[in-house]
Design a protein around this ligand. Structure first.
Ligand SMILES: Nc1nc2c(ncn2[C@@H]2O[C@H](COP(=O)(O)OP(=O)(O)OP(=O)(O)O)[C@@H](O)[C@H]2O)c(=O)[nH]1
Ligand SMILES: [Mg+2]
Ligand SMILES: [Zn+2]
Length: 306
């Protein structure tokens, strides 16, 4: 390797990083105090970052520069935490895996993730995962809610091969972030999409009795057909960062569509007379589940700020 080279971060553990350069993976550390200006987060370098690496005299590889990010997905670890964590940067699309049971993904978690993608301008698709285990009625309701909001919902069962064609189409030629609670099937899906990749899933290993292998570090896998997918560790809480109460509704697309009909231009859609959003909730045009999330997120994030 030359003394200096540019590459993409494909794995980040917090103490070391793998950088893909010219088909070769370099194991790097970061130079002390390296940070992008204006971004506060607990992890200065994230998967998807385009970086410059340099060899020092000892032959160690150091990340010395990060290119400005075209976008990123950021969250607060919990509503009470002040620490923000960037999940990935420079992505073309986020895919959120949701299971309604085994395990149950809370609706509010789904909505917090979607709000963040809207706010940070990341297109997002929802996958209803482990469809073989889901109740038809719950699936139908979920679809109604999120399709009405304007999201594509794809049903998948990675192990049985259901829905994989659409997923391959979504991933082809793009960099895609896979996110969702722990155990929803992210790693299993990546493996189903490209069985040649060496991926650890939560399958319990019978022969070794080692228990579940959950994903511990975010990793970007290049796909043989072009594009790349980022498998991430399951996340529990998803606190919003830098989204004011008064702009929260901008990130619920169905509320954005209804709001021009509100009587007051500065309507908060919580109590005002002549509110077209509340009217749309009453008529069923906007799902009450989504509206309830809106109120809950406003309420909780307000508590957090005090
Ligand atoms: N029935 C069924 N089980 C599945 C399916 N996909 C994954 N699983 C199982 O669900 C468990 C968790 O799968 P993983 O792929 O490890 O889940 P993950 O989202 O990567 O979890 P973390 O790495 O902890 O975030 C494993 O036991 C899988 O075998 C599916 O389509 N149907
Ligand atoms: Mg995993
Ligand atoms: Zn209103």
């Amino acid at each position: 390797m030359e003394r200096r080279s540019d590459g993409v971060v494909v794995r980040a553990t917090g103490s070391w990083y793998e950088v893909l350069h010219d088909g070769q993976t370099l194991r790097c550390r970061i130079r002390g105090r390296l940070r992008l200006k204006g971004v506060r987060s607990t992890n200065p370098v994230v998967v998807g970052d385009r970086v410059t690496c340099e060899r020092d005299e000892a032959g160690d590889c150091l990340i010395t520069d990060i290119a400005p990010r075209s976008n990123y997905v950021i969250r607060r670890a919990s509503n009470l935490s002040k620490e923000s964590h960037i999940i990935a940067a420079n992505i073309d699309r986020a895919v959120l895996l949701v299971t309604l049971r085994s395990p149950e993904t809370p609706t509010e978690f789904v909505d917090r993730f979607l709000v963040t993608c809207e706010a940070y301008k990341v297109p997002v698709t929802i996958l209803l995962s482990k469809i073989d285990l889901q109740e038809a009625e719950a699936v139908a309701r979920f679809r109604t809610i999120y399709e009405a909001a304007g999201y594509e919902v794809v049903e998948v069962a990675a192990k049985a091969g259901v829905g994989l064609e659409r997923v391959r189409e979504l991933l082809a030629g793009r960099t895609t972030l896979l996110a969702g609670n722990s155990g929803v099937g992210k790693s299993t899906l990546v493996h189903a999409i490209d069985p040649s990749l060496d991926i650890r899933t939560g399958e319990i290993s019978e022969s070794h009795h080692k228990g579940r292998h959950t994903t511990t570090f975010s990793t970007m896998y290049p796909l043989s057909g072009g594009g790349a997918v980022i498998d991430t560790p399951g996340i529990k809480g998803f606190g919003l960062i830098d989204i004011d109460d008064d702009e929260l509704w901008h990130y619920f697309p169905e509320m954005m569509r209804a709001a021009p009909g509100c009587r007051f231009y500065n309507c908060t859609h919580t109590h005002e007379p002549g509110c077209a959003v509340i009217e749309a909730v009453r008529s069923g045009e906007i799902a009450w589940e989504r509206y309830e999330s809106y109120l809950k997120i406003r309420d909780e994030d307000e508590k957090y700020r005090k």
